[in-house]
Structures are given as C-alpha cells and as structure tokens.
Design a protein around this ligand. Structure first.
Ligand SMILES: Cc1cc2nc3c(=O)[nH]c(=O)nc-3n(C[C@H](O)[C@H](O)[C@H](O)COP(=O)(O)O)c2cc1C
Length: 318
C-alpha cells in the first residue's frame, strides 16, 4: 500500500513536508502544491526552495502544475526532468471558480475534446512520467466518463481521483461508490483521494475498493498528522502522542520563522494549519477562538503552549 500526502497550497510546502518526514514515517509520496506561470525556459518560478533538489527528494516528490497550455506544461516537464524529478502531475481538480472559469483545474473536466488535444500534445513532447489529479467532473459526476478513453489512450503513470464534482467544492461527501464504478474502466494506476479522516474511514473506503492500493490523505492528515502511521498499524499512547504533536507544531513554527527571516507573516500560514489541527483536540472551538485572534509572534508562542498544557487531544488512550 502506498500513502501519499495531498498538496495544499499555503500549507504543505517544502518546510512542512521536510519536517513532517522527520516526525512521521507513514507517507510514501509527496506532491508540491501547484505551480503556475512557467512562461519561459529556466523559469524563475522554479528557482525557489519549493522545488530546489537540495531541499527536496526527487524520488518521493512529484511537482504539480495548474494550467491548460500544452507549451507551458511541456516546459514545466522538461525543467523538472532536468532537475532530476521522475514525474510531474497536472492539476485538473482545483474547483475554485476563478480557476475553473478560465478552463483550468477542474474546469478542464467539462471540456473532453480540449483535454484530449492537450494530452496528445503533452505525451508527444515529454520524456518524464506524467500523472493527473482530478475530480469526477466540474458540473456533474458523469463528465469523467467522457475522459476515460483519453485516460486509457495515454501512458499516465497514475490518475488520482477525488470523487466530488468541482461545483461542490468540499461540501457533501466523496462518492466512493462512483469511484468504485470507475476502477474497472480506467486501465491506469488509480489513486483514491477524499474524506479519509480516521483509520475507520480508511477501512470503510478501502474495503469498497479492494483493487486499489494507493491512497492520498488530505485534510485528515492535516487534522491528525499521525493518520498515515496509524493506517499502517502504528499505535501511540496518549502522552507520547501529545508530546510528539507539540514538538512537531513548535518545530514547524520555528522552521517557518527561520525561513521567513523572523517575519510575523508566517502567522497566517500557522493559523491555516490550525484550522485543521484544532479538530485533533476535544474542545476544537475553544482552540479556534484562541488561535484566530492571534496577531503577533509572542502571542502565538504563548497560545500554543497554553493549548498543549490545558487542552486534551481527542481519543483518550491510543
Ligand atoms: C486550502 C486547500 C489548498 C489545496 N491546494 C491544492 C493544490 O495545490 N493542488 C491540488 O492538487 N489540490 C489541492 N487541494 C486539494 C487537496 O489536495 C485534496 O485533494 C482535497 O482536500 C481532498 O482530499 P481530502 O478529502 O483528503 O482532504 C487543496 C485543498 C485545500 C482545501
């Protein structure tokens, strides 16, 4: 079984990914949040730590691009390949209207002809593994049916499907049954992604998908960073768990602070992570009340210490 960490723009950057690896072992594969604007060879967008091979492991990280221009995607592929990466991923899942309305991200799902032409140009011009991350459709969950022939016509290294439609954003639920219907039809390695928040969710979903061995964890792992380890059978007692989580959260903050040269701008990023992490605690609303009003580094540091001193994690023993 292969578990991957879903990309989250603004959260799972190289700082998060590298630190996560130091504390937890359950994730086998990582993806960068999406890159855009690769307008020329030797693009400046591909110069930073986010993709620098000195800060990332080319064997376990797949860079992702959001776009609909074959030339740009090919340029991205060749620059990633030159750096040593083994695979790139195209984002066809981003549901936000400002993206989808420009026929990018999930907006592409409703345009099967255009998508097929895009794949054709890409696969004729790249020499690196190419994978896809998508939803069931943008307006409805049958749009993907129109894409199956294209999926099967090109050698995708994997296709990650989050079984919602774009218009839903994150409302409703991930439709595991619809995903299961697609399994025998798509002759490419499939990765399931969606609504795995606990080991029980994983068991329920994986039982419905006996032929699937690759799962991508998203909000569930941001909420409970132990999730991948737990799915792989590790157990942690309450004190060990709380101590480890505390260390991880403090180290992440310090590492972000170091990378940002001490700038309080990192508070926004830490708050975004807490918007998920708070659900690891019994009194999540109380945590969020404390976190959301923080506006400087001293208060942030003090609040985190108070939370770990006073608040209880959900799940009292293991
Ligand atoms: C704030 C936010 C940022 C995200 N950024 C990306 C991204 O850059 N690339 C991508 O493919 N998906 C992105 N996603 C989608 C997640 O990777 C994932 O597919 C989604 O959360 C569903 O999985 P889950 O139910 O396990 O959370 C983002 C989602 C959220 C909420």
């Amino acid at each position: 079984m292969i578990l991957s960490l879903a990309p989250f723009q603004g959260i799972t950057d190289s700082v998060y990914r590298n630190l996560y690896k130091e504390y937890f072992t359950g994730i086998d594969k990582y993806y960068t949040p999406f890159f855009t604007g690769i307008h020329k060879d030797n693009s400046r967008s591909l110069k930073g730590e986010e993709i620098d091979v000195n800060c990332n492991d080319v064997n376990t990280l797949t860079p992702q691009i959001l776009g609909n221009d074959a030339e740009e995607i090919i340029r991205f592929a060749s620059q990633c390949q030159a750096m040593g990466y083994k695979e790139i991923n195209l984002n066809m899942g981003c549901p936000f209207p400002r993206v989808a309305n420009k026929v990018r991200g999930c907006g592409l799902m409703a345009e099967p002809k255009r998508v097929n032409e895009l794949f054709d140009k890409i696969f004729n011009n790249i020499d690196i593994k190419f994978s896809l991350k998508c939803r069931l459709g943008y307006y409805n969950d049958t749009e993907i049916d129109e894409l199956i022939d294209s999926f099967n016509a090109y050698p995708f290294s994997e296709i990650i499907i989050h079984p919602r439609i774009g218009k839903q954003l994150y409302t409703g639920y991930a439709d595991v049954d619809r995903f299961a219907e697609l399994v025998p039809k798509i002759k490419r390695p499939l990765v399931y992604n969606g609504d795995i928040f606990s080991v029980d969710d994983f068991k329920r979903i994986s039982e419905k998908l006996p032929d699937i061995s690759m799962f991508m964890l998203g909000r569930g792992l941001l909420t409970n960073p132990f999730l991948a380890d737990e799915i792989k059978g590790m157990t942690f007692d309450y004190d060990e768990r709380k101590k480890k989580l505390h260390h991880f959260v403090v180290s992440l903050y310090l590492e972000r602070l170091r990378h940002a040269g001490g700038s309080p701008k990192i508070i926004g990023c830490m708050k975004e992570m807490w918007s998920y992490l708070m659900n690891s605690f019994e009194d999540s609303q109380n945590i969020w009340r404390k976190i959301k009003k923080i506006n400087n580094l001293d208060v942030y540091e003090e609040t985190v210490e108070i939370i770990f001193r006073d608040e209880s994690l959900r799940g009292s023993t293991v």
